[in-house]
Write a protein that binds this ligand. Structure first.
Ligand code: NAD
Ligand code: MG
Length: 390
């Protein structure tokens, strides 16, 4: 029986994780669940899955959750704040942690799970983008098992030689091919992008996801963050990672080998597949996802990304090449700009301009400690807010 902590249980990945877990009560139990503010949803999850602990974002939310659970006769212990998130991620009573908080807020508890040597199922790509080397060092030191949940990285993991998390020099890997759907604006007239609404940007053609990652998919910053994520997860240099647009999202990514072979992982676009893969690894379990019918899909298309249409993708490659805290600056500026777009404070085409300005204005330094990374994150957030207000 694996005891699972889910960070971000009320989000898109959290809900899909609980869906898979509910199919296998003989294999998995829930140790802890977290949510930021959606207390009613978290209460319903606690009543169904009976975790030992639940963590929310504020004292007021904790009071509300405790009252709801008391009324239902549910004995889950309620806590709040970042220290509690780190505690449930590193507790001796948990075997595996699903890291599915969105954004930099997920860094501390994800790192706590890595340092404690847990099986870390990583959905929170922002944590790795911000602190790649520090995070991978923590995994290596503690002996944690790091399994990618992002569909592309999970696919690459499956296409690499068995037993390898990272690209082994001797295995003849020549390229990592990250596929991208291109998002909702792949074919839209670039001049009209200025006026798109948050709802239009969040209407992804293939995946149902939280609003932040949906906007990232529309700008293709999501793919940019994934290039950086692939660099750290698989030890591949920027020049070995290529982005290929594949609108059907049936191939979830590929690995090329020196003999000309290209291995791909295919499936219907549903996050329960990578979640089930990571939960059961190295075994296989049912996920609830329908089997892929290629005759129904019919055609698979591919094209090169247009960096003029998607300047955020270029910014991410630049940040990866610059190294140090540049990816942390990029990530922080992006989080602020995306939130400003969702709040209708800036237009869609200002997202990339805000990020570019922050990257120009702030010198990046060495990512020598988590404190150094968080200091740069704070500077980039302040700079982005100032640029947006100005
Ligand atoms: P979501 O917005 O649906 O859910 C986010 C979760 O994080 C919620 O449970 C929320 O309560 C919690 N949260 C938000 N802010 C918080 C804060 N400040 N402190 C603590 N908790 C907070 O997001 P999602 O789509 O489930 O994505 C989660 C993560 O997984 C992101 O990093 C995303 O990039 C990654 N991811 C998601 C998908 C997908 O299909 N949804 C695919 C690949 C990777
Ligand atoms: Mg992805």
């Amino acid at each position: 029986m694996q005891r699972i902590t889910i960070l971000g249980a009320t989000g898109s990945i959290g809900v899909s994780t609980l869906d898979v877990i509910a199919r296998h009560p003989d294999r998995y139990s829930v140790y802890a669940l977290s949510a930021h503010s959606r207390v009613e949803e978290l209460a319903a999850q606690c009543i169904q899955f009976r975790p030992s602990r639940a963590v929310v974002g504020s004292a007021a939310a904790a009071d509300r959750l405790a009252a709801l659970l008391r009324a239902a006769g549910c004995r889950t212990e309620v806590e709040w704040g970042e220290a509690a998130l780190c505690a449930v991620s590193s507790a001796a009573e948990t075997d595996a942690v699903m890291a599915a908080i969105v954004g930099a807020a997920g860094l501390a508890p994800t790192l706590a799970a890595a340092r404690a040597g847990k099986k870390v199922m990583l959905a929170n790509k922002e944590a790795l983008v911000m602190s790649g080397q520090l995070f991978m060092d923590a995994v290596a030191e503690s002996g944690a098992v790091l399994l990618p949940i992002d569909s592309e990285h999970n696919a690459i993991f499956q296409c690499l030689p068995q037993g390898y998390g990272r690209v082994p020099a001797a295995a003849g890997v020549t390229k990592i091919l990250l596929t991208a759907s291109g998002g909702p604006f792949l074919k839209r007239e670039v001049a009209t992008l200025e006026n798109v609404t948050p709802d239009e940007a969040c209407k992804h053609p293939k995946w149902v996801m939280g609003r932040k990652i949906s906007v990232d998919s529309a700008t293709m910053m999501n793919k940019g963050l994934e290039v950086i994520e692939a660099h750290w997860l698989f030890g591949a240099p920027a020049g070995q990672i290529e982005v290929v647009i594949h609108p059907q999202s049936v191939i979830h990514s590929m690995v090329s080998y020196s003999d000309g072979s290209v291995l791909a992982e295919l499936g219907n676009p549903d996050m329960r597949t990578p979640i089930a893969h990571a939960l059961a690894y190295p075994e296989r379990i049912a996920s609830g996802v329908a089997q892929l019918d290629l005759t129904q899909v019919g055609t698979l298309q591919f094209e090169k990304p247009d960096f003029n249409r998607f300047p955020c993708l270029a910014l991410a490659f630049e940040a990866l090449r610059a190294g140090g805290t540049a990816p942390a600056l990029l990530n922080a500026a992006n989080e602020v700009a995306v939130q400003a777009f969702l709040d209708e404070r800036i237009g869609f085409r200002r997202i990339d301009r805000v990020i570019a300005r922050v990257m120009e204005e702030l010198p990046h330094g060495a990512a020598s400690s988590i404190e150094a990374v968080m200091a740069q994150d704070a500077l980039a957030r302040a700079a982005a807010e100032r640029i947006i207000a100005g």
